[in-house]
Design a protein around this ligand. Structure first.
Ligand code: ADP
Length: 353
């Protein structure tokens, strides 16, 4: 089923299965769309009080105790098929560190069954490209990391890569409303295997870079983009149709504790808070259709995703939650963000040229 541009952002909740999942505080309703969260009053002040405050969030679906295959089917497949038809698409994972964003996007590398959305999306793209013999496709990959508002090309180490060039990397606006990242390498790929090799190389570079800077990789946003171009072989005057499929692992959304954070940790948190807060503002402005006033350029993340959050784009957000009692504040904050994201309306357009 192809996702239909023009609909709202789809938002699903996925919870990480843990032995201490707080069933008494996080309740999934039988409709498969609603989660109720109960929080003990005064729990933050250390007062023992059995009264509960409760909140309900109705989203597009709950992924609790479901396989990676089902997650791909409900989250990724429609966006991937849409991208093959010429509609930009974005799948984003949002939530605190440890909630399962990377597991959802990339999966566990040691097990084929536990592959995440990205490897499954790459498989589907190449399967479709092979089957649709009436179209000529060309597929390129890029892999961008945004750390403290600095752009990093995670595939710069690939042999034959041209390098960043004198102007450095920057998000640039294109005629027609699109954006691209100057200096970001684009790699032609002809098979699922070649694409998976690039994914692996980029993931390795993310980890190596994190070690070099003494940071954890969860402090950066990562955008793997599949650039697809296609043209009908049967129509002599067929136009080229282009699209971008963005698969985004956002930095951990947790807030800093009140004490003890300084220096680099504080700086990282400030950059993350700023980009997530502008992501939300951009989404809210889109929901109001205040397109002229959308603050895309305020952060690298929103600017790089400018043509993927509005216009001709299918957007799906997975709100990952870590459902232990000690994390209930963060869970509430993730669900509030998720429910605000539900308001966005999109306009359908296919990119033809
Ligand atoms: P994040 O990227 O949000 O920081 P991770 O994806 O690294 O979190 O998940 C933290 C740990 O929990 C990892 O060991 C991961 O394999 C495990 N995990 C997360 N979600 C699931 C899930 N749905 N099923 C099984 N294991 C999971």
């Amino acid at each position: 089923m192809i996702a239909h541009p023009g609909s709202e952002v789809r938002v699903l909740i996925r919870s990480r299965p843990t032995a201490n999942f707080a069933q008494e505080l996080i309740e999934y309703l039988p409709d498969g769309q609603t989660v109720s969260v109960h929080q003990r009053k005064d729990s933050r002040k250390g007062v023992v009080n059995n009264q509960l405050s409760s909140w309900s969030f109705r989203l597009d679906g709950v992924l609790h105790d479901v396989s990676q295959e089902e997650v791909y089917g409900r989250v990724g497949r429609g966006v991937v098929l849409g991208a093959l038809e010429g509609y930009n698409g974005t799948v984003m994972c949002f939530g605190q560190t440890g909630a399962g964003k990377t597991y959802t996007m990339t999966g566990a590398t040691e097990s084929y069954k536990q592959r995440g959305i990205i490897p499954r999306a790459l498989q589907e793209v190449f399967r479709e490209v092979e089957q649709r013999s009436d179209h000529a496709f060309s597929v390129h990959l890029s892999f961008l990391e945004i750390y403290n508002e600095t752009l990093v090309d995670l595939l710069a180490s690939v042999r034959g890569c041209p390098g960043v060039g004198p102007g450095g990397m920057a998000v640039v606006e294109e005629a027609g409303g699109g954006v691209s990242v100057r200096g970001l390498s684009l790699h032609p790929v002809h098979s699922e295997e070649a694409a998976l090799n690039l994914l692996f190389e980029g993931e390795m570079n993310r980890i190596i870079g994190a070690h070099a800077l003494n940071k954890h990789s969860s402090r950066s946003h990562c955008i793997l983009t599949v650039h697809i171009e296609s043209r009908s072989r049967t129509l002599s005057d067929a136009k080229y149709v282009t699209s971008k499929l963005n698969l985004v692992d956002l930095a951990g959304s947790e807030r800093l504790g009140k004490t003890g954070s300084g220096g680099q940790v504080l700086k990282e948190a400030m950059y993350i808070n700023k980009s997530l807060s502008f992501l939300e503002q951009a989404i809210l402005a889109l929901a109001d259709r205040r397109r002229d006033h959308i603050p895309f350029r305020q952060t690298k993340l929103t600017h790089a995703l400018k043509d993927s959050l509005g216009g001709n784009c299918n957007t799906v957000l997975v709100a990952n939650i870590y459902g232990e009692a000690s994390q209930i504040e963060e869970t509430l904050s993730t669900l509030r963000f998720a429910s605000r994201m539900k308001c966005v309306q999109m306009d359908p357009v296919v990119n033809e040229h």
